[in-house]
Design a protein around this ligand. Structure first.
Ligand code: IMP
Length: 422
């Protein structure tokens, strides 16, 4: 299982792609088109929102699990985009996965407008779709291939949504017939991919296959354990991997926490180590820290070990993958947050109450920086060849978290990766 330990955008796509080599099956288990995974293969950039990062390996099975909310229109675009490049996706989609409908996207924007404090959602309909799922009013992938059921559901749902729109001052008129036609068409195109994926994943385990679960977003965006309400609407943590794919916790052997060597956040909500100065800008520009989904500039700051250590506790990471450490090259001094100061008290456990978090002041450990180098070359000689100051920075991360670092990533390509476990 590969999970984000911060606010998403840690570089999980690249790490997943790297481990895909050793896997037979890659499963996404939560989130939807709010996610954006960038993978670089042989200098070609691929961006996905829904497809698992393993999709570039057509010999492996990629699965969209029941915990994902699927926007069929976008999914079809991603599939067709791959087909145009000559890649035939080896994909299955859970029949249980909920479908993002046009009214979810409208409500996502409408709810943001009336919120006192904005969440800064990606406006992809994620929250409203999960709300309908939990209140048992959702449309599932299996419904898209059954005209009678889909019509019955839409006949019930759309008039209610229309009334809600009115209350929100939304003028869009939804047509049940048009929506039915459009989504049945999606069902026709996607029908061959829809399956009982929990059964298929469990059969893969029974046959001794390696299954890779690919998380989206990060621990701090988990709806239960993140900086609520400034979170997404799914469980992004290890537990979500089981509910979102239909497997037992006992099946999970390794949980890799992806830690970006600094912190970023997109959207609203507290971020104690945020740098609103030229260092923050330098990190943003050098690290291309702009949202894959919305293009918004990401808020950048120093690495926050209170956040990472909390993620280790919630997820039980067995090892860490530290990414984008090359981005910090050239900075004379670096800082890592080791604790927060709150009302003259030192806190090392991440607080649940964001009113406390908003007042927390980071307590920093300072590090000497290292110079820019040709990392592609250095990586060939392994960990020992890294600059001493970079190693000190990395070693601080594993000693503070008490979790060994298994991977160090020094660039977007597969070849810019050091695997400490060999
Ligand atoms: P939503 O998931 O669109 O409802 O957005 C809720 C919050 O999660 C917002 O702050 C988003 O910016 C953030 N978010 C959602 N998906 C991602 C992601 O993949 N990376 C980083 N932030 C995300």
């Amino acid at each position: 299982m590969i999970l984000g330990s911060q606010w998403g955008d840690e570089g999980k796509g690249k790490i997943t792609d790297y481990f895909t080599e050793k896997s037979d099956m890659i499963v996404r288990f939560q989130g939807g088109t709010n996610a954006g995974h960038t993978i670089v293969v042989k200098n070609e950039k691929f961006k996905f929102h829904l497809l698992p990062s393993g999709i570039l390996h057509p010999e492996k099975k990629s699965i969209i699990g029941n915990g994902v909310v699927v926007d069929p229109k976008i999914l079809i675009q991603e599939i067709e985009g791959l087909e145009k490049k000559g890649i035939q996706p080896n994909l299955l989609i859970s029949e249980r996965a909920n479908v993002i409908m046009p009214y979810h996207k409208i409500m996502d924007s409408a709810e943001e407008k009336i919120r006192g404090k904005k969440i800064g959602t990606t406006k992809r309909g994620i929250g409203p779709c999960y709300s309908d799922k939990i209140s048992r009013g959702g449309i599932r992938m299996m419904d898209l291939t059954d005209e009678k059921i889909l019509k019955e559901k839409l006949d019930n749902i759309i008039p209610v949504k229309q009334k809600i729109f009115q209350a929100f001052g939304e003028e869009t008129i939804l047509s049940t017939n048009e929506t039915l036609k459009e989504y049945l068409e999606y069902g026709k195109k996607l029908g061959k991919y829809i399956a009982d994926t929990s059964l298929i994943i469990n059969q893969a385990f029974d046959n001794g296959k390696n299954v890779l679960l690919e998380g989206a977003q990060g621990t701090q965006l988990d709806v239960d354990h993140g900086t609520y309400p400034y979170t997404t609407s799914s469980n992004t943590i290890a537990g979500g991997g089981c509910t979102g794919s239909g497997i037992s916790p006992l099946k999970i052997k390794n949980i890799i926490g992806v830690v970006k060597a600094y912190t970023t956040r997109v959207g609203e909500g507290p971020m104690p180590t945020e740098l609103e100065d030229k260092t923050g800008k330098q990190i943003r520009d050098k690290g291309s820290e702009y949202g894959t989904t919305t293009g918004r500039p990401r808020r950048c700051g120093w690495l926050d070990m209170v956040v990472v250590n909390y993620a280790c506790r919630i997820n039980g990471f067995t090892s860490l993958a530290v990414t984008k450490i090359d981005v910090l090259s050239g900075l004379e001094k670096l800082k890592i947050c080791k604790a927060y100061k709150y009302n003259n008290e030192i806190i090392t456990n991440f607080p649940a109450d964001i009113r406390i978090l908003e007042k927390c002041v980071p307590v920093y450990e300072e590090f000497d920086g290292w110079e820019e180098k040709n990392w592609k070359e250095i990586v060939k000689s392994g960990y020992d060849a890294l600059p001493e100051n970079m190693k000190k920075y990395l070693e601080y991360i594993s000693s503070s978290s008490k979790v060994p670092t298994g991977i160090v990533s020094l660039g977007p390509g597969r070849e810019e990766t050091i695997n400490l476990k060999g």
